[in-house]
Design a protein. Structure first.
Length: 175
């Protein structure tokens, strides 16, 4: 029995010295690696010394933005049925109203569609913003999507006139 205790003691002592020497050897390698350090990942001089105050928010980035670029409709000078040309300074009431009228038409591109679960969803670029739409949804307060097909999207404007946009697909644009 005494022999088994002696064997156990020497085995325990051997394992202890092996683990202690490997630990010390690892510590020496860390010190050597620390001596040849590269530049730090975080530059201390760039960290703010005091509390930073951010500028006020100019707009909500999650709300859609509508750009209105009014396009004026100009009436061309037409000759009357009698062959007389109207005076440039005088216009009839309808022509004057048409010339003063401005029409807003958003920039719309039809770039793709998804057909799933029995309905088709179109992906439109409206004034530079991507917008998924279904039939019946409004793109802007005046423009509503009427019909979506794989070839084209039909949108009605404020005058209930149908505007067709054919599928353009994906284009790589330089910004």
């Amino acid at each position: 029995m005494r022999r088994s205790w002696i064997k156990f003691f020497w085995l325990f002592t051997f394992i202890f010295f092996i683990s202690a020497s490997s630990f010390l050897h690892g510590q020496n390698q860390e010190e050597k690696a620390g001596a040849g350090k590269g530049p730090p990942l975080i530059k201390i001089k760039l960290l703010p010394g005091k509390e930073m105050t951010l500028p006020p928010v100019l707009r909500d980035i999650f709300s859609p933005q509508v750009y209105s670029a009014p396009v004026s409709i100009s009436s061309s000078r037409k000759q009357d049925a009698g062959g007389q040309q109207k005076m440039p300074g005088k216009q009839s009431g309808e022509e004057e109203a048409a010339s003063n009228e401005t029409v807003y038409r958003p920039s719309i591109r039809y770039i793709g569609y998804v057909h799933a679960e029995g309905k088709t969803i179109a992906l439109l670029i409206v004034n530079g913003l991507a917008l998924p739409v279904e039939p019946g949804e409004y793109i802007t307060p005046e423009f509503q999507v009427v019909r979506i097909s794989p070839e084209e999207v039909i949108v009605t404007g404020p005058d209930k006139k149908e505007i067709r946009f054919s599928l353009e697909g994906e284009k790589n644009e330089e910004i």
